[in-house]
Design a protein around this ligand. Structure first.
Ligand code: HEM
Length: 146
């Protein structure tokens, strides 16, 4: 299994990065939709509900699962992760936080879907910074490898 993963390592890493791009696109865009949805209210309600559920189900959920599957395959590839270094731990903490953020967005989408959103546009703008900060930590972790 280890030698198979070593053989396909560049492929797995390519698909990991592709799924990361799709997942991050959704994580950046969905909170922006929530900002407009919270601020414009009834005028855009039906259209935004459809856009939000489709973005989450058709793009973000599959992209998150693919990111995890390819990412874990990289973790099990011999010689890639040295748990004695700091970067695997900062990366692991950040991807867990990113996954929490994904689920937090899913819960907020459900609030909008039943007309029970309680947060204003400003709160969603602030939450929009969470994936940006986590992305910075993740990319520095995997590229600089401190
Ligand atoms: C969801 C769970 C994730 C796991 C288990 C995971 C794990 C890994 C591992 C083990 C590597 C290989 C590092 C190497 O080849 O030296 C890697 C590469 C990479 N990961 Fe992730 N990752 C995850 C999520 C993410 C996320 C959310 C991002 C971006 C925000 C990301 C961005 C990258 C990038 C850009 C690389 C390529 C680095 C290089 O050029 O070597 N990963 N990932």
């Amino acid at each position: 299994m280890g030698s198979f993963l070593a053989d396909v390592y560049p492929w797995v890493k390519s698909f990991h990065v592709m799924s990361v791009i799709a997942w991050m696109a959704g994580l950046f865009y969905l909170p922006r939709l929530f900002v407009y949805h919270a601020e414009q209210g009834a005028a855009v309600d039906t259209l935004f509900r459809i856009m939000e559920v489709r973005l989450l189900r058709a793009i973000m959920n599959p992209a998150m699962v693919a990111t995890w599957v390819f990412g874990l395959a990289l973790v099990f590839t011999p010689g890639i992760v040295d748990w004695g270094m700091v970067w695997p731990w900062t990366k692991a903490a950040s991807v867990l936080a990113m996954t929490w953020f994904h689920h937090w967005l899913g819960l907020r989408r459900k609030d909008f879907a039943v007309g029970r959103n309680t947060l204003n546009g400003r709160r969603y703008r602030m939450m929009n910074e969470v994936p940006t900060l986590l992305m910075i930590v993740i990319v520095l972790s995997v590229i600089v490898k401190f």
